[in-house]
Ligand binder design. Structure first.
Ligand SMILES: [Cu+2]
Length: 111
């Protein structure tokens, strides 16, 4: 039990933003994906993301972008970056950014 609590604390501490102690870390039970998990046969685009304040922001953006046809995988990192693997026959970097913008008050820039 203590090991699980320690792991959750580590995940929260790894995020760049301070989470109020009373709030549960929203990323605690989210599977942490790494860039190495991106599909090799897809095109890859990377964006900077402004305006994320917590793990829920990252999850919300990911859920929106994942809906876009042609998107294969979305990684939103709390350091303010997003990586998207996509099929370039079905979508493109501009369409991905346009869909991400509908997630809320976030600013995306291709990097
Ligand atoms: Cu948030």
């Amino acid at each position: 039990m203590f090991r699980i609590l320690a792991l959750v604390a580590t995940l929260c501490a790894g995020m760049t933003l301070a989470v109020p102690a009373a709030d549960a870390c929203p990323m605690a039970d989210a599977k942490m994906a790494a860039a190495g998990d991106l599909p090799k046969d897809a095109s890859l685009v990377r964006y900077s993301v402004e305006g994320m304040t917590c793990g829920s922001c990252a999850l919300k953006i990911r859920e929106v972008v994942e809906q876009l046809k042609g998107v294969k995988m979305v990684l939103v990192h709390m350091d303010g970056t997003m990586e998207v693997a996509f099929d370039d026959k079905l979508t493109n970097a501009d369409a991905i950014m346009a869909s991400a913008t509908t997630a809320g008050e976030y600013k995306f820039k291709k990097v």
